[in-house]
Design a binder for this molecule. Structure first.
Ligand code: ATP
Length: 332
């Protein structure tokens, strides 16, 4: 029995996580125990913190975590619970696979995995004010770069991927991105035998992800670039409702849809749960339930391949109807 800590959060988080939990229960009957913990605004109202200590303890006591989304606040008291759990749990790798499930007009097919450094870069929130303006510190260390590049190589080899592209801006950020690129070159020579290595500036990578996405297989990149490029990739596949994400560290893991809390559509029953359900499949694979993970992915792909469309693609299926179809596909 594996213990899963479920963190529904705010906005559409609880809706899509509920759909994902239903699907996981069906795919791995009797294998999973779910415990629920507070995060985000609802946690702040109850416990006075966006990521309460009790929640962190529950996350640490579980085999993996399934997270929805939180609404960020523009207020001085706000502390991002996502950045905090990534740091506290040492979740250094962010893995975002994006694959076409429905061929949309004027979009190219895509099948890419973006592996993003998750612990430093622009996300250390180190901003210094002076009378001229603000300086934002952007940290790139040898240790974190080696760790993420090694992770990407192992991932590509383990999953049968053919190549890795390092996305950077080393022509401008010569020292920081230059370090990341040098480590990529060195590690690929050392450990990446059998994989094609390529390099791409972040601006042209953004364009190619739209114009010629199939040139990419696995992308390894720095924190901010990975954040932006994974939304670009999601748009190519149909929108934010299509991109799952895994935050992975040596001991802990948290899986989530890459989208945010989408307050504009919360409570309407129209959020697309695909990203959350596919994040659930990633979770199952991570904890060793490979067969259940494949069953979920096949069931989701089957929903779209039989011609159904969700509301965000102009179709008639809301969250519940999508989930009912996926459940039916699993049970056969
Ligand atoms: P946050 O501040 O929490 O990041 P946000 O609304 O700024 O939230 P997202 O939630 O990532 O950013 O999404 C932007 C828009 O994309 C949403 O307002 C919503 O209209 C759409 N969207 C996001 N996720 C989904 C989904 N799962 N299904 C349908 N539409 C979605």
């Amino acid at each position: 029995m594996k213990r899963i800590c479920v963190l529904p959060g705010d906005g559409i988080g609880p809706e899509v996580v509920d759909c994902a939990a239903r699907v996981l229960k069906e795919a791995a009957p009797g294998d999973l125990e779910f415990i629920y913990a507070d995060i985000g605004q609802s946690a702040f109202e109850k416990h006075g913190r966006y990521l309460p200590e009790e929640t962190l303890a529950q996350m640490r006591a579980s085999d993996s975590c399934l997270f929805g989304a939180v609404t960020s606040e523009d207020s001085p008291r706000y502390e991002s619970p996502v950045l905090r759990f990534r740091k506290e749990l040492d979740l250094y790798a962010n893995v975002r696979p994006v694959k076409t499930l429905v061929q949309l007009p004027q979009r190219q097919p895509i099948d890419v995995v973006i592996i993003r450094e998750n612990s430093e870069g622009m996300y250390t929130q180190d901003e210094v004010f002076d009378d001229k303006g603000v300086t934002t510190m952007r940290k790139v260390t040898k240790g974190a770069s080696e760790r993420i590049v090694s992770y990407a190589i192992e991932y590509a080899l383990r999953t049968g991927r053919k190549g890795i592209t390092c996305v950077h801006k080393a022509n401008v950020l010569k020292a920081s991105d230059g370090l990341f690129l040098a480590i990529f070159r060195e590690k690929m020579k050392d450990k990446g035998k059998g994989l094609n290595a390529s390099e791409q500036l972040v601006d042209s990578a953004a364009m190619k992800l739209v114009a010629e996405p199939m040139v990419f297989d696995v992308i390894v990149t720095l924190n901010l670039y990975g954040d932006i490029l994974s939304d670009v990739a999601a748009a190519v596949a149909g929108g934010l409702g299509f991109a799952p994400s895994g935050n992975i560290g040596p001991k802990y893991s948290v899986f989530e849809p890459a989208h945010g809390s989408a307050p504009d559509i919360a409570g309407k029953g129209i959020a697309n749960p695909t990203a959350a359900v596919l994040a659930g499949a990633m979770l199952l694979r991570h904890i060793g339930l490979e067969r259940a993970a494949s069953a979920v992915e096949t069931a989701v792909a089957g929903f779209y391949s039989s011609g159904h469309l969700t509301n965000d693609l102009g179709g008639r299926h809301g969250s519940k109807s999508f989930t009912d179809h996926v459940l039916k596909n699993i049970t056969g």
